[in-house]
Design a protein around this ligand. Structure first.
Ligand SMILES: [Zn+2]
Ligand SMILES: [Zn+2]
Length: 186
């Protein structure tokens, strides 16, 4: 899964996409920028790395003038969705943490066949269209009206993922479309 931090400056949103490995958020001409896969670490920035559970690990040296949610950043911080990161050197921009999600939707195959959908409490059959939670792996029916092998003649569609706002397994929002989980209002 890719995770991204979006930097806001006046009314324009820029994306700082944080990939695998260690990156650095730094300031250039008063704006935040991202140095991906930072090999050499400058002293002006904040080291960022993805950790489990949609979170980012930040390493902030005392000389870096970094803030998290408006407070001086501790040497080590874990931030998640909606947290704000800023640097004194780029006071006009704030980086907001947002999570980019690609929903995992498709026909049930392999080991997920037979999983119990927590919404309707029936087993998932092979080939049934399902949504899988990217966070906890819970499998939930997501059939469409015209492709319902589990419909038993009376037109029932097992579109369970449309009936609940949050994953029953981990309470994270069910997101059916690719994109940011949240976009800051600027
Ligand atoms: Zn179901
Ligand atoms: Zn879940």
């Amino acid at each position: 899964m890719r995770r991204k931090a979006a930097a806001a400056r006046t009314a324009k949103l820029e994306t700082l996409e944080i990939g695998d490995g260690v990156s650095e958020v730094t300031a250039k001409r008063g704006r935040l920028r991202l140095v991906p896969h930072a090999k050499k670490v400058a002293l002006g920035g904040v080291i960022v790395e993805q950790v489990a559970g949609d979170e980012l690990l930040l390493l902030c040296g005392p000389q870096r003038g970094a803030t998290v949610n408006g407070e001086p950043a501790p040497p080590v911080a874990v931030v998640g969705e909606k947290d704000q990161i800023a640097l004194d050197e780029a006071a006009e921009s704030i980086a907001y943490v947002a999570v980019y999600r690609e929903p995992n939707v498709g026909p049930a195959t392999g080991s997920i066949v037979g999983n119990i959908c927590p919404v309707c409490r029936t087993a998932v059959r092979k080939g049934t269209r399902v949504y899988r939670c990217s966070n906890c792996g819970t499998t939930i029916h997501l059939e469409q009206p015209d492709e319902s092998p589990e419909a038993d003649g009376d037109g029932d569609v097992f579109d369970c993922a449309l009936r609940v706002p949050n994953c029953p397994g981990c309470r994270r929002p069910i997101q059916l479309h690719e994109g940011y989980s949240w976009v800051p209002e600027v």
